[in-house]
Design a protein around this ligand. Sequence first.
Ligand code: GLC
Ligand code: CA
Length: 553
Amino acid sequence: MTSSTAQTDWWRSAVIYQVYPRSFADSNGDGLGDLPGITSRLPRLAELGIDAVWLSPFYTSPQKDAGYDVADYCDVDPIFGTLDDFDHLRAESAKLGLRLIVDLVPNHTSSAHPWFEAAVAAGPGSDERARYLFRDGKGANGELPPNNWQSNFGGPAWTRLTGTDGTPEQWYLHLFDTSQPDLDWTNPWVHEQFREILRFWLRRGVDGFRVDVAHGLVKKVGLPDYFPPPPSPDPHANDLARVDIPFWAQPGVHDIYRDWHRVLQEFGTDRILCAEAWVEPLTRLAEWVRPDEMEQTFNFTFLEAGWSAPSIRSSIVDSLAAFGAVGAPSTWVLSNHDVIRHASRFGLENPRAHRTGIGPRTEPRPDAALGLRRARAATLLMLALPGSAYLYQGEELGLPEVIDLPDGARQDPTFFRTNGANYGRDGCRVPIPWEAAAPAFGFSPSGKSWLPQPTEWAEFARDREERTEGSTLKLYRLALSTRARHDLGNGDLEWLDGYGDGVLAFRNGEVIVVANVGQAIAELPHGELVATSEPIIGSALPPDTTAWLVARD
Ligand code: GLC
Ligand code: CA
C-alpha cells in the first residue's frame, strides 16, 4: 500500500459515535434500549455528522456487567432484539453512509456461557477446564486463592467452585466480576473460536471491532503474585514501562492481534480493530497499532490529561509522536460508558480524581456550569486534532453525569463488589433524552427507563437543543461539519506560540485553533471565526473557551 492510499483509509480520520444499546432508544417500552430503537434513531446520528457507529455489546448475556459478560458471541440477546434486527440496523446504517463497529469481548466470557458450564461440569484436568484459568488453591486444603490478584471491580480475582456434593473444588480467575471467568489464551482452541467469531460478524458486514480489555488476554507464565509499587506522587509511577504487571500488557497479546489482522484481511483492507488497552506510556500503547496489528487504540492519556494546558499539550504531542512512529493515527476520546461524563468531570476540583465514579456522598460536587463550559471547549479542541475521534452518546447534548442515583437503582458490579464504597459507572449510563415533552424524554414509549432519568434532563433533550441557539448539539454539528470541510482529521498539527501560559494554539491546515485553558483572557489572531465553544466579543478569548478561525491571508 502506498502512503497516499494509506492516508485515505476511512478510519484514520473518522469520528466514531459510541452507542450504548441499553440506554439509547427503547422501541418496545420495556425500559431497556434495543436494536430497533437504535435503527429508528440512526438518521439523527447521520445528521450529526459522524462517520461510524460503535455498538457496545448486544449479545446473549445475563447482563451482570451490562452485556460485557457474553453467553453467546454469535447471537443477539432477546432483550435487544434478533439477528434480523441487527442485519436491518446494519443495512440502514450503510444507507445513511455510516460504518458500523461492534464490540468484541475476548478476555472473558459469561459464567453462563456453555463453554464455562461445560468446564465446571467436566472437572479438573479436562479439556473443557483448559479453556479457562482454573487452578488448585494454595494452603493445606486448597483454601487459599492461587495468587493475590485483585478483581478490577474490587475483591479477589479468584472464586472457588463448589462440587455437586458440596465439597470445595478448584478456583477460577476473573479479572472482573465473578460472572466473567477469564479465558486461557495459551489454548489454541480459544484462538480458533475467536477467529470464527470475527468471521461471523465480518460476514454480516461489520466494519470492525472495538476489542474489550485488549491488554489483558495473556497472563504471565506461572501467574505470579503482583505487588503494586507503593503509592507515588508521580502519576506515571505505574507506567507499564517500569512495572511488569502479570495480567496487563504481556508481550504475547501481540501475536493474537497479528493473527486477527490476517483474519480481517480475508475480508478486504478496510475493516478495523480498535483496542481498549489501558496502557502507559504512549510509546508502549503504540505497540497495539503497529502495521500488522490493530488499526486504532483508545488514547486514554488525552482523556486523563485534566484541565491543564501543559498536560493536554504534552498528551497531544506525545500521542502524535508515538502513534506517528508506527504509522498509525492517534485517536481522541473524552467520554465513554466507563468514565465520568466529561461535562461533569471537568467541573470537579481534580478531574483526574474519582476514577471509581461519583454519587450522592461525593464532596464537593462538580460545578455543573464550569464543567459544561470546559467540556465544550475540550470537545472543540479535540475535534480539531488530526486522527480519529470517539464520541459517547449524549455528550453532544452536554449531558452531565447523574450523581443522585439511589443506591437501589444502581447496577454496576463495581458498586456491589465494594459494598457501595465505589459508585461505579451507572451515572454515565442513564438513558438519553430525545424529546423534552415525551414519556422518558422520548427514550421509551412507555416512560420506563432502566435507570431513572433526572427531571432536569428536559433541558438537554435533543428536540429542545435543536431549537436553541448556542446549544451543545449545535456546537457539535458545527464542529463536525467544519472538521469535515477542512479535512482536519487527515491534517497536520503545527503549534503556534506566543499566546501565553494556559493557552493551546495550533494550526491544522487552514484552521487556527486557540484553546484558553488558563485564567487570563487571550487575544485571538486575525481571521474569520468559524466556531467558538462560547459566544465571543471581538478578539478576546475568555478562559475555558476554544475558538477556530480561518486565516484570511
Ligand atoms: C471494559 C469495558 C467495561 C467492562 C470491562 C469488562 O473495560 O469497557 O465496561 O466492564 O471491560 O468487560
Ligand atoms: Ca426495549
